[in-house]
Design a protein around this ligand. Structure first.
Ligand SMILES: NC(=O)c1ccc[n+]([C@@H]2O[C@H](COP(=O)([O-])OP(=O)(O)OC[C@H]3O[C@@H](n4cnc5c(N)ncnc54)[C@H](O)[C@@H]3O)[C@@H](O)[C@H]2O)c1
Length: 345
């Protein structure tokens, strides 16, 4: 069993990872400053001897070093995760997402962890119109948030080459599931709409509803993190060889597998437009409250900066990590609907 530091472990994705890896009998250290995460997401583990919570900030290098001491692996999830927030306050997003990332990867390097796995983002595709999104073809960032997530990838790449680290970035695509909060100015669309529906209000769709996303159920994200942590060097090296040949980029393949830096799309590989999303949420919630069935969405103007479509190719993760997402978006909504209904009222 391993000792894993999960930064941002009190947040939506991080706390789901904490639950999963504790259940698998690993020892977990959670570092979180509770700025957008919540103690109630992790307090069920406070009496578990395999769990330690450190309330601290990744902008503090010493705190990162203390947290990672004795850990085998890092899952770095802590960040300020909203595009609109980064537009309003780019400096703080930069401090946390780049400065904090740099602290954490320095601390991980010094602690000689076996692997540094971090939350990257589909926002790195920026203004690229190409669909589906393939890891080695990105556009220009469209927000300060997207810049920070791309800079993290660059740092991981340089740290791997310069200090011989194993780094894996997981570019999450619109993740949803339990514990995603509907509150605050920067809430993601799914919990926001769910809260509206449960309260018999009409969710507002920005634009005509045709924009689409590759909505990714949290269980698929957990699977990708586990594979990224524990895929053997041999498996990664062999997979890199096959994948680089497949995309005609054999020059990207370096047979030295003791250190590497890779990024992978983590998604289902599907696309759901906003009208389909609205209908799926409404129909699933109507199982618990009949009145929800009659609610219609209202439409507003398109939001500046929103890209029309985002869909991932998951070939690279399939080939190298053996990633096989179990739930498409519809199955994910079905699975999480009851939790939404009970918790987002
Ligand atoms: N949710 C998505 O769809 C999505 C998509 C792409 C990438 N990501 C990335 O995944 C990661 C997790 O996102 P999430 O959706 O769970 O968000 P979240 O806000 O629920 O979780 C982030 C956690 O990091 C903590 N944190 C923030 N600043 C910190 C700091 N300075 N020091 C210590 N802890 C700090 C927060 O308190 C919170 O618990 C982030 O890196 C985010 O950028 C998320």
């Amino acid at each position: 069993m391993s000792k894993i530091l999960i930064t941002g472990g009190a947040g939506f994705i991080g706390s789901n990872l904490v639950d999963y890896f504790l259940e698998k009998n690993h020892t977990i250290v959670c570092l979180d400053n509770l700025s957008t995460g919540f103690e109630h997401n992790i307090k069920q583990h406070f009496n578990n001897p395999n769990f330690t919570f450190i309330k601290s900030d990744i902008r503090d290098l010493e705190a990162c070093k203390n947290a990672v001491a004795g850990c085998d692996y890092v899952l770095h999830e802590a960040a300020l995760g909203s595009v609109p927030r980064s537009i309003e306050d780019p400096a703080t997003t930069n401090e946390v997402n780049i400065g904090g990332f740099l602290n954490m990867i320095i601390a991980a390097r010094d602690a000689k962890v076996k692997r540094f796995v971090y939350a990257a983002s589909s926002s790195t595709y920026g203004d690229s119109k190409k669909l589906p999104k393939v890891e080695n073809e990105i556009g220009k960032p469209l927000s300060p948030y997207a810049i920070t997530k791309y800079v993290d990838e660059l740092y991981a790449d340089v740290f791997s080459k310069t200090y011989g680290m194993q780094c894996i970035g997981l570019r999450y695509f619109n993740v949803f599931g339990r514990r995603q909060t509907p509150d605050g100015a920067y809430a993601a669309v799914i919990p926001l709409w769910v809260k509206e529906l449960i309260n018999h209000r009409s969710p507002k769709i920005n634009g005509d509803g045709s924009y689409s996303r590759d909505f990714t159920f949290i269980e698929n994200v957990i699977q990708a993190n586990e594979l990224a942590l524990f895929a053997t060097e041999k498996q990664i090296s062999q997979g890199q060889k096959v994948y680089s040949k497949l995309i005609g980029k054999e020059d990207l393949y370096t047979p030295n597998s003791t250190f590497f830096s890779e990024v992978f799309n983590v998604a289902f590989g599907g696309n759901t437009n906003l009208i389909q999303l609205f209908e799926a949420l409404r129909d699933n919630l109507a199982r618990f409250d009949n009145k929800i069935k009659k609610i219609e969405a209202v439409f507003g103007p398109f939001r500046a900066g929103d890209i029309p479509h985002s869909q991932a190719s998951i070939k690279k993760a399939e080939i190298i990590l053996k990633y096989k997402p179990k739930f498409d978006a519809r199955e994910g909504f079905e699975k999480v609907a009851e939790w939404y209904y009970e918790n987002l009222k």
